[in-house]
Design a protein around this ligand. Structure first.
Ligand SMILES: NC(=O)c1ccc[n+]([C@@H]2O[C@H](COP(=O)([O-])OP(=O)(O)OC[C@H]3O[C@@H](n4cnc5c(N)ncnc54)[C@H](O)[C@@H]3O)[C@@H](O)[C@H]2O)c1
Ligand SMILES: C[C@@H](O)[C@H](N)C(=O)O
Length: 409
């Protein structure tokens, strides 16, 4: 027997028959009981009452705009049903959205190593560079196109969805509308697709999901979250919606709050922590760097290999180890002056200057300085490999050897 999750749109028309913004109700149905279910009747009635003020001659129309089929297993709150949507002997079939950003290509590489090249599909709305296109399956996918997403999931028999598409903190402040669309509307599509098809869903959150009223040193998993960026607001929304879908519909939602991620062979996509990547390229090429954050601005950071390994580990963790569905993870915390001092140990002539970007500075000043990831360490054994000295050595070696190679060719 299957149950269906209906998304009902209640549209209100005013007395000139002009459409007022619709809003949506979610409800379950079992076969033809749909319209008879008391919950739908009650919600519809409440909505109509709320919208129809005595002086307004409005009428309403209730329509099902999207039907989500879920197995009754997913409707239970019994956590032991949540994790297995594919046979344990099979490899998962993974789709990565927003896969051409800083993190996606690296994640595809480690997942392909583990599950086989053809079992991991990278997707994005951008054109892939040739080495990415030829390294494994790539398809176009716009997360704002629900039908396109569903087609991809169905045609490729996807069982895991890693949702990396996002507009990051600094770009988001410059384009709030776009950030709202991609980070909130896009997430709704992803949640519905994942619930409909019983997928295991990973959505990354961020240190940016905290704000100036959160404890900043250290920041625990559970505390006040009142971020001041659209990026942060959308990530708190993602955490809460994912956890709600988990409890309400049994969605196997897993979420890690990443610190600023540092990588050598992929570029960051417009965040506040981007300086900690750019510094290595400029130090290696020119021996100097102009930093857009103040010297003492301390933020949690992580080398990309640790971040991607954590992602695989939490996706593979047995359900019973996950006491929570959203975890902080961390590796180190440093400020620009501390990072510069470490770089100087390897490039003695290195010079850092400061030209503050006030938008990024305000964002950084509202974010955690240290991240408490004790729950991840206790529950599913999270452990980082790279601390600050190792990070600096690895980054400079990688970028140095890369530019030596470029010079030789
Ligand atoms: N990189 C970090 O430091 C960091 C830290 C914390 C959390 N995260 C999170 O990890 C995820 C990946 O981060 P990243 O650094 O790779 O981001 P990024 O900005 O580098 O890449 C995001 C990708 O999303 C794609 N995208 C935008 N709109 C889309 C749409 N409508 N449909 C499909 N794809 C779309 C972009 O083309 C881009 O390739 C994001 O959710 C981000 O919030 C990243
Ligand atoms: C921290 C993270 O979410 C991202 N690198 C940003 O700065 O926006």
């Amino acid at each position: 027997m299957t149950a269906s999750l209906d998304i009902l749109s209640i549209t209100v028309y005013n007395d000139q028959e002009k459409r007022i913004e619709p809003f949506y109700l979610y409800s379950f149905r079992l076969s033809r009981l749909v319209t008879e279910m008391p919950v739908i009747r009650a919600l519809t009635k409440a909505a109509k009452q709320a919208l129809l003020t005595p002086g307004c001659r409005c009428r309403t129309a209730v329509t099902a705009v999207r039907t989500i089929s879920v197995s009754p297993r997913q409707v239970t709150s019994d956590a032991s049903f949540h994790s297995v949507s594919f046979s344990e002997t099979d490899h998962p079939k993974v789709l990565i959205t927003g896969g051409l950003g800083q993190l996606g290509v690296g994640l595809a590489k480690i997942l392909r190593k583990r599950f086989g090249n053809n079992n991991v599909i990278l997707s994005d709305i951008r054109k892939p560079p040739s080495h990415v296109f030829h390294s494994g399956p790539f398809i176009y996918s716009d997360i704002l196109d629900y039908k396109n997403l569903r087609e991809i999931v169905v045609n490729n028999r996807i069982t895991w969805l890693v949702h990396y598409s996002a507009v990051l903190s600094a770009v988001g402040e410059a384009n709030v509308q776009l950030a709202r669309e991609v980070n909130i509307t896009g997430l709704h599509n992803i949640l519905d697709i994942a619930a409909e098809h019983g997928l295991r869903l990973f959505v990354p959150s961020t240190i940016g999901a905290f704000g100036p009223t959160s404890p900043r040193d250290p920041t625990p998993d559970l505390c006040v979250q009142r971020p001041r960026t659209i990026y942060g607001v959308s990530k708190v929304h993602a955490e809460l919606m994912g956890e709600y879908y988990h409890h309400r519909y049994g969605l196997d939602f897993r979420c890690l709050r990443y610190p600023g991620i540092i990588s050598a062979d992929s570029q960051p996509g417009g965040g506040t922590t981007d300086y900690a990547v750019a510094i290595f390229h400029d130090a290696s090429k020119n021996g100097k760097f102009e930093c857009n954050l103040k010297p003492g601005t301390r933020l949690p950071m992580m080398y990309i290999d640790d971040c991607l390994r954590a992602t695989l580990e939490v996706m593979e963790a047995p359900t019973e180890q996950l006491r929570m569905r959203t975890y902080n993870i961390n590796a180190m915390s440093f400020s620009p002056e501390e990072l510069a001092a470490e770089v100087k140990k390897q490039i003695p002539d290195f010079q850092i200057t400061y030209n503050i970007d006030h938008i990024r500075q305000a964002i950084a000043d509202s974010w955690p300085m240290n991240f408490d990831d004790g729950n991840a360490r206790n529950d599913w054994g999270w452990k980082h490999d790279y601390d600050l000295p190792e990070l600096v050595t690895t980054m400079l070696n990688f970028i140095g050897s890369d530019s030596r190679l470029a010079h030789a060719n």
